[in-house]
Write a protein that binds this ligand. Structure first.
Ligand code: S0N
Length: 271
């Protein structure tokens, strides 16, 4: 088994790395890795670290133990306007985390063992890829427990598995096996429970051999198709980043700083 090293110690998640791979583990197995606003805040901090660290190329999101990836929002801390953490403010900050996973310009892989339920299953959905153990089960419970995700959890789910299936998932609230989820295109691969981390790491190693800029643009392009102007903003920002690195981009900056007219004539006008 791989040697993981702690990056930062948190109270509700584990945050580790191995070379260029980061792993974020929801660490509340006693409640099937249900999340509180504090769990989410810790995950936001860990994902932000991964985004900023140039040496991290791929991120794994998982849950502690074999019984659950995540069982969604912790119903025992659900207040009247959201989930209540240490600061006593009712929040739905999992929505901020969903956006962060979408915009982080590096592949994020959900590694699912056991239950993937409710808001936890939406986190799995918004990850770029999902590798599941053969004991994984996928389920939405919102209409049973008085909640729903009408954003990525519904509209994006319909894009991924189709409208009829997405409605079935939400209207019936029944569990689907890993094999059924695979057949729906909800996840990428099913492997025996004992092999799930080995397989996930093998996918990470393959991804790490690829051009990070190419991966960044592919992820942004696929998200732009579903995220409207926010998706366009992401891919436009990525293009600006590349342009800033070019001699043509630098000429504009340098001319301003040197108080002279820019000389853009020397740059090719490609067809
Ligand atoms: C996960 C299930 C199927 C596991 O069943 P199993 O293995 O039989 O275990 P249990 O005995 O049921 O559970 C073991 C212990 O864990 C506690 N527990 C489990 N899940 C939760 C939970 N979500 N919150 C709090 N505690 C949980 C059990 O209570 C038990 O502890 P004890 O023995 O002490 O009672 C099964 O447990 C299950 O069905 N769990 C509930 C799943 C669920 O309904 N989740 C919530 C769904 N809703 C959301 O997630 C909303 C998310 C959200 O925040 C949101 C907000 C706005 C917009 C979008 C979203 C979004 O969806 O993302």
């Amino acid at each position: 088994m791989a040697e993981w090293k702690t990056i930062t110690t948190y109270s509700e998640i584990l945050f580790e790395r191995m070379d260029h791979i980061a792993k974020i583990t929801i660490n509340r197995p006693e409640v099937r890795n249900a999340f509180t606003p504090d769990t989410i805040q810790e995950m936001i901090e860990a994902f932000t670290y991964c985004r900023d660290d140039e040496s991290i190329g791929v991120i794994i999101l998982t849950g502690q133990g074999d019984l659950a990836f995540c069982s969604g929002g912790d119903q025992k801390v659900r207040g009247n306007g959201g989930y209540v953490g240490k600061d006593k403010i009712a929040r739905l900050n999992v929505l901020d985390l969903q956006r962060l996973i979408r915009v982080i310009p590096k592949p994020v892989i959900a590694m699912v063992r056991g239950w993937s339920v409710g808001g936890g299953n939406i986190l799995q959905l918004v990850c770029d890829l999902t590798i599941a153990a053969d004991n994984a089960q996928f389920m939405q419970t919102g209409p049973k427990v008085g909640s729903f995700d009408a954003g990525y959890g519904s509209a994006y789910l319909a894009r991924v598995i189709g409208h009829k299936k997405a409605k079935e998932v939400w209207f019936l609230c029944k569990p689907y096996t890993a094999q059924e989820a695979l057949e729906m295109g909800w996840i990428n691969k099913v492997v025996p429970l004992a092999d799930v981390e080995k397989e996930t790491l093998a996918w990470c190693q393959e991804i790490l051999k690829k051009s990070p800029t190419a991966l960044r643009f592919i992820k942004a392009a696929m998200n732009a198709d579903t995220d409207g102007l926010a998706g366009l903003q992401q891919i436009a920002g990525d293009s600006t980043m590349l342009f800033y690195e070019s001699d043509e981009g630098k000429e504009g900056r340098d001319a301003f700083v040197e108080k002279r007219e820019p000389d853009f004539d020397k740059f090719p006008k490609f067809p």
